[in-house]
Design a protein around this ligand. Structure first.
Ligand code: SAM
Ligand code: SF4
Length: 461
């Protein structure tokens, strides 16, 4: 399987000319049909340097974002359950050789406690994260942990969707993972540039480049519906990674009829005991980072894009406008971090945005976005290809906006102070009147919102 043709991507990047403004505008006109872009057009956008033209690219990305996702932003929190790891990725604090890091795999009781903390903050989705060495019962530990998270019930609800970011599995193990009711299986290629990948991952299970590259094929083969890909930006040329990710997406679409549910765009951040993380070999400037977010938005408009708290408040604000559809907030990157309450140095990397979920929600609302805690599609089985078949002709929107408003209303009732609550409900009422289309749907949503305000929970379309 030739999932990514690294040589061809390298030569195309070398041969790419600085584009004429007329060529860039021609590509942007095509991009604004929101049907995605071929690689030649992506190459053109990646090569834009002129500040004025770059602003035009950003305007097109903003338009794509608004057209397809409206102003909704979905929230999640990472839940680090273990930092035990047998690999030695030189950029990561969890690598085996880092003897300065206190090691810990949470017990099921501790996972329950962490889950309670997240529910009390207002979260409804978590991304379970682990290093690649499980305590004595192996993968059973991951399965038990997922069950534990789903089992926790508090007065203000429960976690409704557990996504996982764990090391690549075999098809058989993915089948078992699927039975635990996960949402998305997420795994980052780190770098698609094979020589760089091999140089950085010399030992342990992660040394096998193809095993990692083919992981999403195995997950989809095993019946996992939603997969999330990503590259760790800073390890190799960012333009190479963008083109390779698009090649990966094309491969999955051709083979399975559906691409990844999400793309993540983590940038390398300082990590305890990692020289490399402090001086990334291919550091990506803020401007290039925003350019890559905008380009991906235009190239694959229907694939969700995730931004974590690795990024600063200022970059997060800009990236939301340019195409990000999901963000984490209030994150801790060390096992047990939510219960401990502080932000220790011993996380997986240092976070750029340490605000609480409440602070991020208030800020995002102020910026004109609607915070969403929706998990409706996953729970109604609108996943994988079924989801994309509804999303591409624009049919999913009739569900997404009402569900975003309903879950935001829940958040306001259960977790917000009076000021945020007033502003939030005013926005919800305005959105119902102006954005929920059709009098039938509008009156249905009004009725459902009334039920939420009177205490009913977990209602969705
Ligand atoms: N251990 C599994 C693996 O490597 O696939 C899954 C979890 S790992 C903790 C999650 C991701 O964190 C990695 O795939 C990597 O991209 C990212 N990461 C590692 N070190 C980082 C750093 N210094 N800055 C930002 N992200 C980092
Ligand atoms: Fe381990 Fe994953 Fe960190 Fe590599 S990135 S050291 S595999 S936790």
């Amino acid at each position: 399987m030739d999932i990514v043709d690294g040589k061809a991507i390298g030569s195309r990047l070398l041969a790419a000319p600085r584009p004429e403004p007329s060529r860039v505008r021609e590509v942007l006109a095509r991009a604004c049909e929101f049907k995605g872009l071929p690689d030649e057009d992506v190459l053109t956008l990646l090569a834009v340097e002129d500040p004025e033209l770059l602003q035009e690219c950003f305007a097109a990305a903003r338009a794509a974002k608004r057209e397809i996702y409206g102003n909704r932003i979905v929230y999640f929190a990472p839940l680090y359950i273990s930092n035990l790891c047998g690999n030695d990725c030189p950029y990561c604090a969890f690598r085996a050789a880092n003897k300065t890091l206190p090691r810990r795999a949470l017990s099921q009781d501790e996972i329950r406690q962490e889950t309670e903390e997240l529910i009390d903050q207002g979260h409804k989705r978590v991304l379970m994260v682990s290093g690649e060495a499980y305590p004595k019962d192996g993968l059973r530990y991951i399965f038990d942990s997922i069950r534990t998270v789903y089992s926790v019930r508090k007065a203000h609800g429960n976690i409704r969707r557990v996504n996982v970011n764990i090391a690549p599995l075999s098809v058989d193990d993915f089948r078992l993972l699927q039975k635990e009711g996960i949402g998305t299986y997420q795994c980052f290629q780190e770098t698609y540039h094979e020589p760089t990948y091999r140089r950085l991952h010399r030992k342990g299970s992660k040394a096998d480049y193809r095993n990692r590259l083919e992981v999403m094929d195995r997950a989809l083969e095993a019946g996992i519906h939603d997969v999330g890909i990503g590259a760790l930006f800073g390890l190799s040329d960012w333009r190479f990674e963008v083109l390779a990710m698009l090649g990966h997406i094309r491969h999955l679409e051709e083979r399975f009829g559906v691409g990844p549910h999400t793309i993540s765009v983590p940038r390398l951040e300082p990590a305890l005991g990692s020289e490399m993380s402090r001086q990334p070999p291919h550091a990506v400037s803020d401007r290039d980072f925003l350019k890559l977010v905008a380009t991906l938005r235009l190239a694959v408009p229907y694939t969700g894009m995730i931004l974590s708290t690795r990024e600063s408040v200022a970059i997060r604000r800009q990236a939301l406008e340019l195409g990000i559809s999901q963000i984490s907030a209030g994150s801790r990157t060390d096992p047990g971090g939510y219960s401990a309450g502080d932000q220790p140095e011993s996380g997986q990397f240092s976070v750029g945005d340490s605000r609480s979920l409440g602070e991020v929600v208030a800020d995002v609302l102020e910026q004109g976005h609607i915070p969403s805690f929706c998990t409706g599609c996953y729970r109604l089985g609108r996943v994988g290809k079924d989801f994309m078949d509804l999303a591409k002709p624009g049919l999913i929107k009739a569900h997404c906006l009402p569900n975003a408003l309903l879950t935001f209303a829940e958040y306001l009732c259960d977790f917000a102070g009076p000021e945020l609550s007033r502003k939030g409900f005013a926005t919800i009422d305005r959105m119902v009147e102006t954005e929920v289309l059709g009098p039938g749907l509008r009156s249905k949503v009004r009725g459902m919102l009334e039920r939420v305000r009177s205490g009913e929970r977990d209602i969705y379309l």
